[in-house]
Structure formats: C-alpha cells, structure tokens
Design a protein around this ligand. Structure first.
Ligand SMILES: N[C@@H](CCC(=O)N[C@@H](CS)C(=O)NCC(=O)O)C(=O)O
Length: 227
C-alpha cells in the first residue's frame, strides 16, 4: 500500500497508525504546489481534491479522507483490535465520535487558521478552536482520549494538536492536552513515524514536531527525533 503525504500534515495520522499496526506502507510525498508526487505522478489523478492523505491499495484502489483511512487500516490488520475496539461496542462508537469531533471541530478550523485566504475569519476560528480545546481539556481523564488504550483517534488528535504553536494556540493553558502530547510523542512507533517524516522536536518542552525547513523559516531550531 502507498500513503500519499506531506510531512507533519494530517497524513501523519494514518502514517502513525500503520506503524502502530506494523503494516508495510510506502510513503509517497506530494508537492503542495505542483501536485506532483516524489515519483512524478499527477496527484490530482489520484485524489481530485488534491489534498493528502490518500491510500492506494495494492490493487490500485484509492481511499481518501483521513478518518476513513485509519479505520480501514485497523480493519484490514490482524492487530487492528489494539487501536480500534470491536464493531458494535460503545467503545468503537466512542472512537468514531472522537474522529468526527477532531475532523470537523479541530482539523478544519485549524487548517483555516493556517490559510491567509480566511484571514477575515481568523479571530472567530481561533475562538472556536479555543472553546473546543477547553472542552476537551476539561473532560480528559487520559492518558488517551478514551482511557487507557491508544486508538486511531489519538493518532489524529496528536497530529492536529502538533500544529498548535504555528497558529498561536497555547497548550500550556490546557495541561491535560499538553500531557497527552508528551505521552503520545514518547511512543516508539510515533517516534519512528516522526523520524521517517524527518521532523524535529522544537521549543523547550520538545513536544511539538516540524520539518527543519519550516523551523528555519520561522527562525527556530529543532532536535532530530530518535525512536
Ligand atoms: N477532509 C480531508 C482533509 C485533508 C486535508 O486538509 N489535507 C491537508 C493537509 S492537513 C492538505 O493536503 N492540504 C493541501 C491542499 O488542500 O491542497 C481529510 O480529512 O482527509
């Protein structure tokens, strides 16, 4: 299987899940501007929406949308039950509820905060994301979203929260989420994924990760990740 991705983007979530499940996945980087892949393919022919992630199966079928991809990875892996509870249980629906919350209430408005095209709406988007994070922080019992076990929803939350410094979201005001970042970021398979995407830890607490080029453009320095 091939995972089409950008370093540190939401595609890091299925990347982490594939490593947690021990799945053999080829990473294919997509150029954001040209929509060409590192191997020269036209990415728009793979995902007409142009965004990552997309998963190409060995038979050439393509699956898009991060929350569907992580569920598919868990469903088709013999180890899947470790990161996605059994179908028909409350625990399974709770993971799906969080996937939906993250995609609609965090991922989308956070992505819009990166985009200068939505500058006029940035104050309201910031307020919305802050409100959602305050809620999440307030009801978080940890160490993971649904309790003691790491699930596919944790991979997705980790990736979205990792963007916080770039859009001036202060996680130190949300200690449960800050602790969650440290906890997930210490998982060996998460560290392998961060290293494979060439991300570096930055800031004094070292719980956020970004490509070196991104850090350099923001005048920051980082430390390479070691599993
Ligand atoms: N609804 C999609 C959104 C994916 C998305 O926003 N991807 C971003 C990276 S986090 C992207 O590729 N943006 C570049 C673009 O839109 O061209 C999903 O959940 O998979």
């Amino acid at each position: 299987m091939k995972l089409y991705m950008h370093a540190a983007a939401c595609s890091l979530s299925p990347h982490i899940v594939s490593r947690e499940l021990g799945l053999d996945i080829e990473l294919v980087e997509v150029d954001r501007k040209t929509h060409r892949t590192s191997s020269g393919e036209d990415y728009l022919a793979i995902n007409g929406n142009g965004y990552v992630p997309a998963l190409m199966l060995d038979d050439g079928k393509v699956l898009t949308e991060g929350p569907a991809i992580v569920q598919f990875l868990a469903e088709c892996s013999p180890e899947g039950a470790r990161v996605l509870p059994k179908a028909g249980t409350y625990a399974r629906s709770q993971v799906q509820s969080y996937l939906n919350f993250i995609t609609a209430e965090l991922h989308k408005p956070m992505a819009m905060l990166f985009n200068p095209a939505y500058e006029g709406a940035h104050a309201s988007l910031y307020e919305l994301v802050s409100k959602r994070l305050d809620w999440l922080n307030g009801q978080f019992t940890g160490p993971y979203l649904t309790g003691d076990d790491f699930t596919i929803a944790d991979a997705y939350l980790f990736v979205c929260l990792n963007w916080s410094p770039w859009i001036k979201i202060d996680l130190t005001r949300r200690p449960a989420l800050q602790e969650f970042m440290a906890h997930v970021g210490a998982r060996p398979n998460v560290r392998r994924a961060l290293q494979a995407e060439d991300l570096e830890a930055f800031e004094t607490d070292g719980i956020f990760f970004a490509p070196r080029s991104y850090l350099a453009s923001a005048g920051r320095s980082g430390t390479p990740v070691r599993p």
